[in-house]
Structure formats: C-alpha cells, structure tokens
Design a protein. Structure first.
Length: 470
C-alpha cells in the first residue's frame, strides 16, 4: 500500500530553522507520479501557457512559473552590446553577449522598448535615479532628496500580490511573498543624483509608491531567510562559522525517517537536494569567513571584496528559493544605479559611472564594455544555476522567466529608448529570436506580457498601451 500523501509544505527541522523541500512524487496524487515529469516537460517545451493549462485540465499538476528581474546600472557600450541577426531572425552574440552563447536558444533579445518616465520631462538632470525608480514601476519619480519620495508599485510586487491572492483562494501560501537581492546597500535617504533621493537609485522593487522594498546583500542572510532562521548577532555568526555548524544539523534524523516513507526516486531527489543545500552553504560560509577578514560590507572602492562570487552566490540562493517554492518572484540588482565602483578584478581601475561617460575615448569605451561583459557573465551564472537545478527531472530554467536589463541604453548619452533588454526561460515563446518592437513601445507592455506568462491576472501596468507577449 502506498504511504499517505506528503503535504507540499512538508519540511525538515534544522539548526533553528525549517528546511523547505522540493516537490516530490510522494506529494502528488496517485496516477500523477509516473507521467508528471513527461507531461509537464511537454507543456514546457511547447512554450505555451495554453499547453500548461491543457496539462492541468488533463489532470496533471503543472509547475508554477517563477519570475526574476536582473537589473544592471549605467547602460551599455552600444556598439559592443548589439547582437547581429541572421536570416532566420536568430540573434548572434556580440562581444558583450558572448558569455550567453550557451543559452542562445533560451533567450529572446528585445529592441525598440522605451521608458518615457525615466526621461527628464521637465525635471532636469537625474537620469540615473529616474532609470532605477522607473525600471519596474513605469512611473516618473518625484524629484526630492527628502522623505517625501514617490514612484509607483513595481511589477514584481503586482505579480506577487496576484500570486498570493490565487494561493490564498486555494488555502495555500508561500514562505516569502517576494525576494529582493543586490550587491550594494539599499539606501533610503540622502541625495544621490541631482536632487533625487538615494532611495531611487538603490531600489527597483517598490511595495507601494512611497515604500521601496529594500534588498538583502548578504548571501548567508538571504539563504537563511528561505529557511526561516532568525537573524544572528555578529558574535554568534562568527562563532557558528568557526564551529562549522550546518543549517542541516538536526535534520538528518528527520531526513532518514522521510526517506523510509517515499519511493526510490524520491530518496535520490532528497539526497541530491540536501547535498546541494549543504554545498551551497559551505561556499556561502567561505564567502562569509572571507568577509569577516575584510569587513562584511559591499566594497564600493573595488578592493578585496569578491563581487563576482557575491553576486553568483545570491543568484544560487535565488534559484534555491524557486526550487523550494519559497517564493515565485524575485529581483536582483547587480549594482545600484549610478554606481562608480572600480572593477579592478577585470583590470578597470576607474569607476563604472566614470567610464560610462566615455565621450568617445577608446580606453574608457573598452573599460565600459568590459564591465558590461562582467555583468553579462553574472547573468550567465544565474541562468546556469537555474539550468542545473532540476525540478521533476526538468531544468528550473524551463519554468522561469528572467528579464535582464537596464533603463538606460547608451551610458554616455543617458537615453531611455531602445533599451538593452533580454528575456530568458522555457516559458518564452520567442527564445533564440530578436523581437523587434515598434520604436517607442513602453517597456511596461513587456512587463504585462511577462506577468501574463506567469499566470498573473494583469492587463495594464504603469504606462502600458498594450501587451508585448513573451
């Protein structure tokens, strides 16, 4: 006789935390187990939400769609960014996009998109602050360096609201409504750009028009949020790192008990999952230990702080949050808008913002392109984490939509039209193609398209005038 169904929210008790589990066959009703992965895979490969709906109506539980927004600041060196296009409409990686070559079939390149409300519109200088504040809101921020900030609710939060509403109707919930991550601090005060509050430059996720969500910059803290662990004092954190205690401590006995109640394939999934959690935890602890030596704050001066490692770890934590269905919506800021951090690790000693204003200087343009490529490598690392993370035998990337982009195009000109936008994932119908939107099409039209691809009931958002389907 088959053991009773496991609840989807079954968890293990670890070191002062609850360890969420991935979806197992034992959590599925009888009859769905053997055909689940194959039917869900067929729906995913069809690249159609209608196919997913058809799978559900046929009695097969389709995997939820997750959405991640990756933001990079200061625009791009356009000549090095723009990909070529072959006769079939497929994009060919440019020098900047070359690190994404392995994901060429998973990514659509969008052109012609614009954010009008990131433009001055009578407010004078401040393109960096406006671009970050407008990126996911579509709203023009109020020009103020005081506490009377105002932008708009962001699309990630609109999707999160809809997801939570739909789950509540099913008497279900998620551990985290949404997850906000970044490599630099989420400032909320000060004057960062020509009379605009630092809150605008340092946040892309806005819970309401007056309230940015902030973000987590420490991979360990983000990792422990997934498992519900309370925050530690610096002294306790240092002691735990020295003792090499694992978040899995105390969960082994429960894991063995659970393994006896599930089938062979589930036992293998459970072992692989727990080993993956422990491996990620070890690498996070190594990063944390290194930061205790140099000071655990983002190094805006380009010193010993390993930015690539920090961002990549945040990306892996994000993938874990999706795998455990802890959240379905997330944002990751590769840096704050207007960031002037040097990238000495790739041979750029001048600040990022400084080289973005290259004025045609060949050396600055080369350095700017090198930073753009470094950022694309971080995007590739995140996509790699999603691709190697399996959910019912399929890459997690197949059930995720990832938007990577900026609300400034040419870093030297500060223009906000024909924005550098990529969209990746198995839910993207146009993956591998260049999607040429009518010049001036609001980026919010794409935001609506992504929301709908994720199953959100959103028809209009920001300054949208229609829908750009993904």
């Amino acid at each position: 006789m088959r053991p009773p169904l496991l609840d989807r929210r079954t968890a293990l008790r670890g070191l002062g935390c609850t360890i969420a589990l991935p979806l197992l066959d034992a959590m599925l009703p009888r009859g769905l187990m053997s055909g689940f992965a194959r039917t869900a895979a067929a729906a995913t490969n069809a690249g159609s939400m209608a196919s997913v709906a058809s799978a559900n109506s046929a009695g097969v539980l389709a995997t939820p769609t997750r959405v991640a927004y990756l933001f990079f600041p200061n625009g791009v060196n356009v000549d090095q960014w723009r990909p070529a296009v072959d006769a079939a409409g497929k994009w060919i990686p440019s020098p900047t996009l070359a690190p994404l070559a392995e994901f060429q079939r998973d990514i659509a390149v969008f052109t012609g998109l614009r954010h009008r409300n990131a433009e001055a519109n009578g407010d004078g200088p401040g393109d960096h602050a406006r671009s970050a504040a407008c990126f996911l809101t579509g709203a023009q921020p109020r020009k103020t360096a005081g506490d009377d900030i105002r932008a708009g609710r962001s699309i990630d939060q609109a999707i999160a609201d809809d997801v939570m509403s739909q789950l509540a109707a099913q008497q279900k919930s998620l551990r985290l409504r949404s997850l906000e991550l970044g490599s630099e601090p989420a400032m909320t005060a000060g004057n960062c750009d020509s009379g605009y509050s630092c809150a605008y430059s340092a946040n892309i996720s806005w819970k309401s028009e007056n309230l940015p969500n902030g973000k987590e910059t420490d991979p360990r803290a983000a990792f422990e949020r997934i498992f519900g662990r309370t925050s530690e004092s610096p002294e306790d954190a240092a002691a735990r790192l020295r003792s090499r205690r694992s978040i899995l401590d105390g969960a082994v006995r429960e894991a063995k008990r659970l393994a006896r109640a599930v089938g062979t394939e589930d036992r293998a999934r459970l072992d692989e999952y727990l080993e993956g959690v422990r491996d990620l935890e070890r690498r996070i602890d190594l990063d944390a230990a290194a930061q205790l030596e140099v000071g655990d704050v983002p190094d805006l001066e380009g010193g010993p702080y390993d930015l690539a490692q920090r961002i990549d770890l945040l990306g892996e934590v994000l993938a874990l949050a999706f795998k455990t269905d802890s959240t379905r919506v997330a944002t990751l800021m590769l840096a704050n808008e207007g960031s002037n951090r040097p990238y000495r690790e790739i041979g750029v000693s001048d600040g990022h913002h400084d080289v973005s204003h290259h004025g045609g200087n060949a050396e600055k343009m080369a350095h700017f392109a090198a930073i753009n490529r470094f950022q694309i490598e971080r995007c590739a690392a995140f996509l790699r984490a999603l691709k190697r993370t399996k959910e019912n035998g399929r890459p997690l990337l197949d059930s995720t939509v990832v938007l990577y982009g900026s609300a400034i195009t040419d870093g030297n000109r500060h223009n906000h039209d024909d924005l550098p936008i990529l969209v990746a994932g198995g839910r993207v119908k146009a993956r591998g193609q260049v999607v040429r939107c009518e010049p001036g099409t609001p980026l919010c039209n794409l935001h609506v398209g992504i929301a709908q691809a994720a199953g959100a009931r959103i028809d209009r958002f920001g300054d949208s005038t229609g829908v750009v389907e993904v």
